[in-house]
Design a protein around this ligand. Structure first.
Ligand SMILES: *Cc1c(COP(=O)(O)O)cnc(C)c1O
Length: 506
C-alpha cells in the first residue's frame, strides 16, 4: 500500500521531492506529508520564518482539519455496521485547546487524564456526558470536579472506588462510573497491566457492588485500554468484556457502553521498503559491517553480541499497514464466537446487546495535524569527521517513550545564511540540542545534507502533533515551552488558547 492514498489529496509530487531533497537519513525514511504541510513549507515559508522570529525556536505549527477527518472516518466505520458509537479524543496526546474544540465539533467527546485537562475542557463549555476521566491517579479535587459535573470516571481499583463513594456521599452527588478492566487472556497468555481490575477479580467487584452500602451505585459502562496496537488483542478483550457486561446487567446494573480505549495505529512513512531497509542497514551497523547510522551506534533497543543481533525495537512502529478506520473495521468484523451466535461479528454482538461502543484515540486522530520547526544556530565538525548541527530546541520537544522519532526531518534553507555559507557543501551529521547533556540529540539518526546546512536554516519535524510535541516537554534550564500556532485559515498563525496566561498550562 502506498502512503499517498492515506492523505486527503496527494500534494504535487515535485514540491514534495523538492522539500525532501535537502535532508534525509543516511538510510532515508520519507515522511508522509499532508497537503497543508507542503503548502506551508513551500508557499508560506516566509511566514514560518517570521513565526520563529516572533515566538522563538522551536514553534509547533498545527492544523485541525485532519483531526475532524479521522474522527469522521471512525464514525463512518461504526455507522456502516449500524453500531452506536462515539469517539472520546484522548487530549493528553496534545495539549492544544483548538483540538478539543474541533473534536467536539466533529461530534466526539474528550478523554481527560488530569484535573487541569478536565478544568480546561469544562471552561470550554463541554458538558459532563461529553467527558470521560481516565486519570491514572485521581486526587480528591479531581474526583470532586468529576462529581460536580457528572463526568464519567473510569474506576481503577477498590481504594479509588471507596474514595469516590465517600466523597459522593458527602457531597450528595450521584457518581457516573465506568469500570476499567485488564488482565485479559490472549493467545494463551495474560495481558498484564498496572491499570484496572483484573478480569479474574470481577467476582470480588460484583460482591463489592452487592454490599448494602453500595446499593445505589450505578455502573454505566466497562472500559479497557491496552498497551500496543494489536487488533487481535482488542478482539480478545471485547470478547471477554461481553459476559462481564451480561452478568452485571443481570444484577440490575444499567451498563450502556463498552469503551475500548486508544491505541489505534497510524503510519508516519510513505515506504515500507525504506522501513525494512533502515532496519537491515541498522543491523549491519550494529554488527560492525558498516558505518553506524545512529549516534555512537545507538541500538534503538537492539544489541549485537557474538555476531548476533537481539533485543526488541524500542520505537513506535512508524511504518504499518493496518491503521486508522481499517483497523477498527477489522476488529468490528471479527467473529464473535459466542454460543448460539453463528456467523455473528463483534459489531453484531455489541449491537444485539444494545451497547454503545466507545474508543479513546489520541495519536492516530492527530495524524497530519502538526509539525515542529526549529532554527539552526551553528554547525561544527568534530575530530571524527561527523558534523553537529546545533538547534535552538531540546529533545523533550520532539520525543515520546520511543528511543527515537524515525521520520526524516525537512531542511528549509535560508537565502541569507547567518554565518557565511562555507558549509554549503554536502555532508552528514547529527542534530544536537540546547540541554547541557551529552545525550541531548534531536534525533539519534545520522542525517545527510546533500546541499549542506548552515546557521539560519530551519529544520522541520513532520507530523509531531500526537505526543511528540507535548508528552515529554520540559522547562529545564528555564527555557520557555514552545509556542503553539494554528494555521487553519489562509492567513492566520493563531496562538492556541492553551498558551494564554489564564490557562493552567504554564
Ligand atoms: C493514552 C491513553 C489513550 C490514548 O492512546 P493513543 O495510543 O494515543 O490512542 C486512551 N485511553 C487511555 C486510558 C490512555 O491512557
Amino acid at each position: 500500500m502506498n502512503g499517498d492514498n492515506l492523505t486527503a489529496e496527494p500534494p504535487a509530487d515535485h514540491r514534495v521531492s523538492q522539500l525532501r531533497r535537502a535532508c534525509h537519513g543516511v538510510a532515508p525514511l520519507d515522511a508522509r506529508l499532508e497537503p497543508w504541510m507542503v503548502e506551508l513549507l513551500t508557499s508560506r515559508r516566509d511566514e514560518v520564518r517570521e513565526a520563529i522570529e516572533a515566538y522563538g525556536s522551536p514553534v509547533n505549527v498545527l492544523h485541525t482539519p485532519p483531526l475532524k477527518r479521522q474522527i469522521e472516518r471512525l464514525n463512518h466505520v461504526a455507522a456502516e455496521r449500524d453500531l452506536p458509537f462515539r469517539v472520546y479524543f484522548a487530549r493528553k496526546a496534545n495539549k492544544c485547546l483548538s483540538f478539543v474544540d474541533s473534536a467536539v465539533a466533529a461530534g466526539a467527546g474528550i478523554d481527560v487524564a488530569s484535573e487541569q485537562e478536565c478544568r480546561q475542557v469544562l471552561d470550554r463549555g463541554l458538558s459532563g456526558d461529553e467527558v470521560i476521566c481516565t486519570a491514572a491517579i485521581k486526587t480528591e479535587r479531581l474526583i470532586r470536579q468529576c462529581l460536580q459535573n457528572s463526568i464519567t470516571m473510569a474506576i481503577d481499583n477498590f481504594d479509588e472506588f471507596d474514595r469516590v463513594v465517600e466523597i459522593a456521599h458527602d457531597s450528595g452527588h450521584q457518581p457516573v462510573l465506568a469500570i476499567r478492566v485488564s488482565g485479559f487472556q490472549h493467545d494463551g497468555e495474560k495481558l498484564w497491566s498496572r491499570f484496572g481490575f483484573d478480569v479474574d477479580d470481577i467476582p470480588a467487584l460484583t460482591e463489592y457492588l452487592s454490599r448494602d452500602q453500595h446499593e445505589s451505585l450505578k455502573i454505566a459502562g466497562l472500559h479497557f485500554h491496552l498497551d500496543g496496537y494489536c487488533p487481535r488483542q482488542r478482539m480478545s478483550a471485547i470478547h471477554q468484556c461481553l459476559p462481564i457486561i451480561d452478568a452485571l446487567r443481570s444484577r440490575g446494573q444499567p451498563l450502556k457502553f463498552l469503551d475500548m480505549g486508544g491505541g489505534i495505529p497510524m503510519c508516519y512513512l510513505t515506504s515500507e521498503t525504506q522501513w525494512q531497509d533502515f532496519w537491515r542497514t541498522h543491523r549491519e551497523s550494529l554488527l560492525g559491517k558498516r558505518e553506524p547510522i545512529t549516534y555512537r551506534n545507538h541500538g534503538l533497543g537492539l544489541v549485537a553480541h557474538d555476531g548476533e543481533v537481539s533485543g526488541r525495537r524500542n520505537v513506535y512502529p512508524f511504518y504499518q499497514r493496518l491503521i486508522q478506520d481499517q483497523w477498527l473495521a477489522m476488529i468490528l468484523d471479527a467473529q464473535a464466537d459466542e454460543t448460539g451466535s453463528k456467523n455473528r461479528t463483534l459489531a453484531d454482538a455489541l449491537r444485539h446487546r444494545d451497547l454503545q461502543l466507545r474508543c479513546e484515540p489520541g495519536r492516530s486522530v492527530l495524524d497530519g495535524c502538526g509539525l515542529t520547526v526549529a532554527k539552526v544556530e551553528f554547525t561544527k565538525q568534530n575530530r571524527c569527521g561527523d558534523w553537529f548541527i546545533g538547534l535552538a530546541m531540546n529533545h523533550t520537544q520532539c520525543r515520546t517513550s520511543s528511543d527515537d522519532f524515525l521520520v526524516d526531518p525537512i531542511l528549509l534553507r535560508s537565502d541569507e545564511p547567518a554565518c557565511g555559507d562555507e558549509w554549503r557543501t554536502p555532508g552528514t551529521g547529527y542534530l544536537v540540542g540546547t540541554y547541557c547533556t551529552e545525550s541531548d540529540l534531536l534525533s539519534l539518526r545520522k542525517l545527510q545534507f546533500p546541499q549542506g546546512v548552515t546557521a539560519g536554516d530551519l529544520v522541520v519535524f513532520p507530523n509531531t502533533a500526537g505526543y511528540l510535541m507535548h508528552f515529554k516537554e520540559s522547562r529545564s534550564h528555564q527555557f520557555p515551552l514552545a509556542g503553539n500556532l494554528f494555521v487553519d485559515g489562509p492567513s492566520d498563525f493563531r496562538v492556541d488558547d492553551v498558551d494564554l496566561p489564564r490557562s493552567s498550562n504554564r
